[in-house]
Design a protein around this ligand. Structure first.
Ligand code: NCD
Ligand code: ZN
Length: 352
């Protein structure tokens, strides 16, 4: 039995770090496990321009714990009125790494998302030319589409034509939640890749709804069936270059989760890399964790892999139940809080 594994330092290719007190509360968890992260732009108001992204990056850097070398990779929130020149300038200067497309109203803070792909044609064409990745929240939220079919519908009706229209555009379909999406990504690699979250590898709609309603497991896209979960585990642990790590860690204050209308999002940063390690271990595929966590993402983004390494060891520890946001009154509940977790990070940077 393998009790220790050393991999290149991993990256998180999809995280919500928020802003202000919430940023200060959650950033240390991501920075402790990941060398870089793709930071989602769905603040209120959203991060739309290069100027917005540069300012947000500064706020993240100033919230970092002393001595941290974590690098935030910034994204711009695509809107119908996004200026292609601004996106090109942001990419050229290194402020922007990618652009995020939310279909309008698809998820938390997506009201200003794209209403019609035809309206963002010029931006996508420019990104295609530049080699700038497009990140997609792939759900069709039309009222007649059942919530469990939103992803499959988007993939078939919206994503397939987009891939055809922009054959040189590199795309990430984020937080895959269905077998349909897994198969679709595989069939359209390497143009298309997909990220997979820890909670979509563990939870199903049974665990979310089958034994009482568990608001802390509610996220977009919602967790699906056991067959979908198994397909996601197979994809993540396959080593295939088109699948890589993106936690979609998405903290909300407890009051917004335990509310009549529960906010979507799972705050998994405190247990993310450890949960992935457990899943790969159970699958007997720990040897493929490095490809998923540290190699496939940089390759799709055209970025170097990290120089440092991280060692994970088999050792029980208790996951924190929550994190305090600016004092003890406001808290954000953590995924798997209070559970005994069988893997943990031993050491970052300098393995013996
Ligand atoms: C995210 C959030 O809270 O910002 N929520 C979620 O359920 N994943 C938004 C998103 O990525 O869809
Ligand atoms: Zn997200």
């Amino acid at each position: 039995m393998t009790d220790s594994i050393t991999i290149r330092a991993p990256d998180d290719w999809h995280v919500h770090l928020r802003d202000g007190a919430m940023l200060r509360a959650v950033l240390p968890f991501t920075a402790a496990s990941f060398a870089r992260a793709i930071v989602m732009p769905n603040l209120v108001p959203p991060v739309v321009t290069t100027v917005d992204a540069a300012a947000y990056r500064e706020r993240i850097l100033s919230a970092l714990p002393e001595g941290s070398t974590f690098t935030p990779l910034m994204t711009a929130y695509l809107r119908d009125d996004t200026d292609p020149d601004d996106i090109a300038a942001g990419f050229g200067s290194g402020v922007l790494t990618a652009v995020k497309l939310y279909p309008a109203h698809a998820t938390t803070n997506a009201a200003a998302g794209v209403t019609d792909f035809a309206r963002v044609h010029a931006v996508l064409a420019r990104m295609e030319k530049l080699g700038m990745p497009l990140l997609i929240h792939g759900e069709d939220v039309a009222p007649e589409v059942d919530i469990f079919d939103r992803e499959a519908r988007f993939v078939e009706r919206r994503l397939a034509p987009l891939l055809r229209d922009f054959p040189g555009l590199r795309i990430v379909l984020e937080h895959l939640s269905t077998r349909v999406a897994v198969d679709f990504v595989r069939a359209h690699a390497p143009q298309l890749a997909g990220t997979i979250t820890p909670h979509h590898l563990v939870e199903t709609r049974n665990s979310m709804l089958g034994h009482g309603l568990r608001p802390h497991l509610y996220c977009m896209p919602v967790v699906k069936t056991e067959a979908d979960r198994v397909a996601l585990v197979e994809a993540a642990t396959s080593g295939e270059a088109c699948f890589f790590l993106g936690t979609d860690s998405a903290p909300h204050a407890l009051g917004r989760k335990l509310a009549p209308v529960c906010a979507a999002g799972v705050f998994n940063a405190p247990v993310a890399i450890e949960t992935y390690a457990g899943i790969f271990d159970q699958a007997g595929r720990l040897d493929r964790l490095e490809a998923f966590a540290s190699l496939n993402g940089p390759r799709h983004y055209g970025l170097p892999v990290n120089a440092g390494t991280v060692t994970l060891i088999r050792a029980d520890w208790e996951a924190p139940r929550d994190a305090a946001v600016d004092g003890p009154e406001v808290r954000v509940a953590a995924y798997r809080g209070g559970e005994t977790i069988p893997w943990r990070i031993a050491d970052a940077g300098a393995p013996e």
